[in-house]
Design a protein around this ligand. Structure first.
Ligand code: FES
Length: 304
């Protein structure tokens, strides 16, 4: 690679974040704070709401736009707005502060479900977002005291930190996959494909099978058969090590429950349904193929 590309700001930031990912000295603080976030939000209702279980999508990235958008618009008015725009800029900074509160809570819900390198980068993300909030809060107070220039400069400093904060948050989701459906790139068979022998499936006990290089979980309950992607959409837990409860399978890592019939999220913090497959038996052999309309179907070719 040409030296000038290797030394680009993007590469330097990426290397810095890689160092953060693998810095075990961050663990005591990251574990204490993320653990406290998880304990504060608890399991179930509130945490599932903040995770976006009801929305079918992580809630945190949706809300970040409100706070960042208001703050950026406030700085835009400061720099390029007409005379008399100061009150509007102040209101935008204030609205950003209000919007940052639920945004931070949804971020806590995401952070509580992370481990290792994700958790360490989450600590940095928490630090940069707190710093951005603090700078904008000081900016708002300065504006209210009539110190406009001070408020504008603090807002601009907050904007720089918010940019870094967005970079760190993007690293968490785009590089480490936090909040991304973990089955997005797992192809599933479009044609009927053998997966297991029926006699090998024990009633109520999930079984793993490898189909065209992708792991699926097979569940037999009485005379019914179900098949879903084995990798949990939330953080990649293995469903075949989980438990079948009635018409659901429960992932062992964070307790998400998915409907056996359609992969629907019955209990969070997952927000993305589990991809499921059609199942049939032929001469004692269980065959599967991707279910049309199954969530996140990566199409690898035309369906017959
Ligand atoms: S990976 Fe956490 S519930 Fe599945």
């Amino acid at each position: 690679m040409p030296a000038e590309l290797n030394a680009s700001p993007g590469n330097r930031l990426h290397r810095l974040l890689k160092r953060v990912e693998h810095e075990p000295a961050l663990d005591p603080l990251a574990e204490r704070l993320a653990g406290a976030a998880g304990a504060t939000l608890g399991e179930g209702g509130v945490r599932n709401f903040l995770s976006g279980t009801w929305l079918g999508h992580a809630l945190h990235p949706v809300l970040t736009d409100f706070a960042d958008g208001a703050w950026m618009a406030g700085s835009f008015l400061d720099l390029f707005g007409p005379r008399g725009a100061a009150p509007a800029a102040q209101r935008l900074v204030g609205f950003g502060l209000l919007a940052a509160v639920p945004t931070g809570l949804t971020g806590m819900a995401e952070w509580a479900g992370t481990d290792d390198n994700e958790r360490r980068v989450g600590l940095l993300h928490a630090g940069t977002s707190t710093a951005a909030f603090g700078l904008y809060a000081c900016s708002y107070l300065a504006r209210r005291r009539g110190k406009r220039l001070e408020g504008v400069l603090l807002g601009l400093a907050g904007g720089v930190v918010a940019f870094m904060d967005g970079y760190v948050g993007g690293h968490l989701s785009l590089v480490l996959g936090v909040g991304v459906g973990q089955t997005a790139f797992s192809p599933r068979p479009q044609d009927w494909t053998p997966a297991a022998e029926l006699e090998d499936l024990v009633d109520g006990r999930p079984a793993k099978a490898l189909v065209n290089g992708t792991e699926i979980v097979l569940v037999r309950t009485g005379d019914r058969l179900f098949a879903l992607a084995n990798r949990c959409t939330y953080r990649g837990g293995e469903l075949h090590t989980g438990e079948v409860r009635g018409e659901a399978i429960v992932c062992p890592r964070h307790g998400c429950a998915f409907g056996l019939e359609d992969g629907a999220v019955l209990s969070g913090p997952a927000s993305i349904p589990q991809p499921c497959l059609e199942v049939r038996t032929r001469q004692g052999r269980v065959e599967v193929r991707d279910k049309a309309g199954s969530p996140q179907t990566p199409r690898s070719g035309p369906r017959p």
